[in-house]
Design a protein around this ligand. Structure first.
Ligand SMILES: [Zn+2]
Length: 454
């Protein structure tokens, strides 16, 4: 069987249990899996009586890490970056500016925006991303984004999002963007049965993800949880994002978001919540005890003025935390290393310069994200793990003069990846996407995006 050998990496950041960093190391990949880690690995393997050629990837002078993991995104929003009316609004006002534009999207918009969003992530070293698609205007389907992920080559956790409480029922979204709850559940079953792969090494998994407690009913939250458990898929939503969110919960549900989530079955190893900026000590304890995960989205939290998530406290309490770039309309970037840097900076603003190290941030961005998404087969460079590997060449102006290339990955930059492997396949080579014409993709994307203007 042909294998790939990553040769002579300057440092391999393994994210194994001992968090070892291996100098001058080679990694052998076969069949999508890491099969050997060592020095002076030899190519041209003899299999039976046949000499089979290996692909050698020279990583001299490079830092090698597990592929980064993005735990929260709304890829369709890539078409609505820097929209003037939403540039300076808080969450609720921001949503109300964008809903009318999103309502004009269709299947092609969903496909192309997901392609561009995932391409951007891949170039920043992200090998696995989740996506939260919660509106389906004009015949759009979750299928459109799954096709897009296949075309770029990322490992993809699509979530079947939903909104069912429109303006006339006291919700935030306009009535024509919400769906009937029976149809939501029916389509959820369809996409799970069609696309979800529970097996190790899965390239596509599906989760269920009502948009937020303020855009679906209590019944849909509960029924989604029941369906997810019946099907063995994960649950995802937005929770405790800002002060408006907490006030809404107290007024409408008579309790804080953590209590609401617990009452409806929305805590556990199979649940992860985005943002959690306003979790209090009791809620952090709840998440820790139940194994509930958090997608920390620092750039979006800054961009929308939501606040600083208590990541230090969460990590100290043993809560699983991953990073999310969030939708491109509220970031407006989609660069995983920038997101990691922002996470580090924010914790230091709140808790001091020793609050979070570059290495801990890198752990959250890789292994942390994989744990949040329930992927014990990904997130570290160890024998038997999936070959999702990022090779970083820091021989550039932004990292010039650094004394510690691993820390420099996060502290300097932002850096783009040189080579990115997903399931053993290189989807980025020499800083460029493999098999996709970036220029054509962007041109098509911008034509569609600008066509959304009234
Ligand atoms: Zn979000």
């Amino acid at each position: 069987m042909p294998t790939t050998i990553i040769k002579d990496a300057s440092i391999v950041v393994t994210m194994d249990n001992a968090r070892r960093e291996l100098k001058k190391t080679d990694i052998r990949i076969a069949d999508g899996v890491i099969v050997e880690i060592g020095t002076n690995l030899i190519g041209d393997q003899l299999v039976g009586d046949q000499l089979v050629g290996d692909t050698l990837v020279d990583a001299t002078g490079c830092v090698v890490t597990p592929g980064l993991v993005n735990t929260h995104h709304h890829l369709f929003q890539t078409m609505t970056r820097a929209v003037p009316g939403g540039q300076d609004a808080l969450l609720f006002g921001w949503l109300q500016t964008l809903y009318p534009i999103w309502s004009r999207m269709g299947p092609e918009h969903m496909f192309v925006s997901a392609q561009v969003g995932l391409a951007e992530l891949a170039l920043s070293g992200c090998s696995m991303s989740s996506d939260h698609l919660y509106l389906y205007p004009n015949g759009s389907k979750l299928d459109d984004t799954i096709e897009a992920a296949k075309s770029i080559g990322l490992r993809f956790h699509a979530t079947r999002g939903s909104m069912s409480i429109g303006e006339s029922d006291g919700g935030l979204p306009p009535d024509h963007l919400v769906e009937n709850e029976a149809q939501i559940l029916e389509d959820s079953i369809r996409v799970i049965d069609t696309f979800h792969d529970p097996n190790e090494g899965a390239m596509v998994r599906v989760g269920l993800a009502p948009c937020s407690p303020f855009s679906v009913s209590r019944d849909l939250m509960r029924n989604s949880a029941l369906l997810a458990r019946d099907k063995g898929v994960m649950l995802h939503t937005h929770l405790a994002e800002n002060d408006e969110d907490i006030a809404y919960s107290l007024e409408k549900f008579g309790c804080r978001p953590g209590q609401y989530a617990q009452d409806l079955g929305w805590v556990g190893e199979d649940v992860w919540h985005a943002h959690c900026v306003k979790l209090d000590t009791t809620e952090i304890d709840l998440f820790s005890r139940t194994g509930t995960g958090v997608a920390h989205c620092p750039c979006s939290n800054c961009r929308l003025g939501s606040g600083i998530a208590p990541v230090r406290q969460m990590r100290d309490a043993g809560v699983k935390v991953g990073l999310g770039v969030d939708g491109s309309a509220s970031n407006d970037a989609g660069h995983m290393l920038s997101e990691a840097r922002q996470a580090l900076l924010l914790q230091r603003v709140q808790n001091g310069a020793d609050a979070m190290s570059a290495r801990e941030t890198l752990e959250i961005a890789t292994l942390g994200g994989a744990k949040v998404l329930g992927r014990h087969d990904c997130g570290s460079i160890e024998i038997g793990k999936r070959a999702d590997i990022a090779i970083w060449d820091l021989n550039n102006i932004a990292a010039a003069g650094n004394w510690d290339p691993v820390a420099a990955l996060v502290l300097t930059g932002p850096h783009n990846v040189r080579v990115l492997f997903v399931e053993g396949r290189a989807i980025v080579q020499d800083g460029h996407l493999v098999g996709n014409d970036m220029g054509q993709m962007i041109e098509r994307h911008n034509r569609l995006a600008h066509g959304l203007a009234e």
